[in-house]
Design a binder for this molecule. Structure first.
Ligand SMILES: Nc1nc2c(ncn2[C@@H]2O[C@H](COP(=O)(O)OP(=O)(O)OP(=O)(O)O)[C@@H](O)[C@H]2O)c(=O)[nH]1
Ligand SMILES: [Mg+2]
Length: 371
């Protein structure tokens, strides 16, 4: 059956030679034994990895990797943050906000209101870039990251919006999933149900989505949620728990993500650019952290020196703003977010650099761990 889809949809194949292999969950687990590589030491509070991971060798746990797959802007990163209860992935009303694979760890407890009774399972969410037609090497790299993320997951959450009927973008993604992840388990998630006013249309849309997945071996469940009101999230957690197989705890209990502080800092700066600029500028921006100095003085100051890369002189002018007003605003808003995250005072120096066509430059994408 899978072969039939492969044949039928060969013309939809997307070039896959842009970025090297993403690491598999098993490889990631192995790398975690090396711990520092993924930056956990910065995020975990006091316990070390081995003490956390080897909780109780007699106890069995449930665990798994769950990929969030869908068009840009449907709310994948918002869902990740909401479930983890912490801002791990940046969010914006602009499309194509997420550019990397972002892991968020959700722990299940015997008793959620009394966690001392112990952890019983662990779910690792894989937040992925929204899938869209690539316009450049950056887009191709993002697509590859999303496709690899879907392939390596134990469960795929296909996410779309309850306030829109399924469109061509959704159809393309579902065709790709049927072709490449035929045997996977799925949940269909319709987000933004708080915005869905037409209940009759929603009923028809639900049916349409279910039909699009109908010929897969595992019938998916469909859940409507809102990351704003929290509607449907308990049902989602329960469904994922029911699905989780027996498995190890992959991450320390107090490590909410695999991302380094450098990466998170760069993302928090980019988030402000996304919020404060328009049209092509948000998509033309990348952040490079030149230096990150912890405990730079007696008051535990963290000094961060970063560059905002843009593609043209005119974009540089926009980012700087009149008398430097915009870059100051980006800097002060990002600094507040970074201080909230790392819980120390922060000195943030921002400079703007023109890097023509960086989105086509494999070396630059490599620096951002995108190629
Ligand atoms: N009304 C409403 N807005 C939401 C909901 N969930 C997310 N949003 C908004 O939708 C926009 C996109 O959210 P993101 O979480 O960045 O979407 P994404 O799917 O991660 O987007 P990409 O990273 O571009 O793929 C933001 O403005 C969010 O505030 C929801 O349940 N209801
Ligand atoms: Mg996102």
């Amino acid at each position: 059956m899978k072969d039939k889809y492969l044949q039928k949809n060969l013309d939809q194949a997307v070039p896959e030679d842009i970025v090297p292999q993403e690491i598999s969950p098993e490889e990631m687990f192995r790398q975690m034994q090396g711990f520092e590589k993924l930056g956990f030491e910065k995020l975990s509070t006091e316990n070390s990895l081995p003490e956390n991971i080897n909780l109780d060798s007699n106890k069995t746990y449930r665990s798994g990797f769950v990929a969030l797959v869908g068009r840009p802007n449907v709310g994948k990163s918002s869902l990740l943050n909401k479930l983890i209860g912490q801002k791990i992935a940046i969010v914006s009303p602009k499309v194509q906000t997420t550019r990397n694979k972002i892991l968020g760890v959700y722990n299940f407890y015997e008793n959620d209101s009394n966690r001392s009774e112990g952890i019983v399972g662990q779910l690792v969410f894989i937040d992925l870039p929204g899938i869209h037609k690539p316009q450049d090497k950056l887009g191709e790299a993002c697509l590859k990251i999303s496709q690899d993320g879907a392939r390596e997951a134990d469960l795929i959450v296909f996410m779309s919006e309850a306030n829109h009927s399924p469109g061509k973008g959704d159809q393309w993604i579902i065709d790709w999933l049927r072709q490449n992840c035929y045997d996977s388990k799925y949940i269909i998630l319709l987000n933004k149900v708080d915005l869905a006013k037409r209940k009759d249309r929603l009923k028809a849309d639900r049916q349409a989505y279910l039909e699009m997945f109908a010929d897969l071996p595992e019938k998916p469940q469909l859940i409507e949620i809102s990351t704003v009101t929290g509607e449907g999230l308990e049902e989602l957690k329960q469904s994922i728990w029911d699905f989780l197989p027996e498995g190890p705890l992959y991450f320390p209990e107090d490590a909410p993500t695999n991302l380094s502080m450098r990466f998170l800092t760069a993302e928090l700066i980019r988030e402000q650019v996304l919020h404060l600029t328009q049209e092509e500028v948000p998509h033309s921006v990348a952040i490079r952290i030149d230096d990150y100095v912890e405990k730079a003085n007696a008051k535990n100051l963290t000094k961060i020196f970063a560059k905002i890369l843009v593609e043209t002189e005119s974009q540089k002018g926009i980012i700087i703003g009149k008398n430097g007003s915009l870059i100051k605003e980006i800097g002060s808003k990002a600094r507040i977010e970074i201080e909230t995250l790392i819980k120390t005072p922060v000195f943030l120096e921002l400079k703007v650099k023109v890097a023509p066509k960086w989105r086509q430059n494999e070396r630059e994408l490599g620096r951002m761990e995108l190629s």
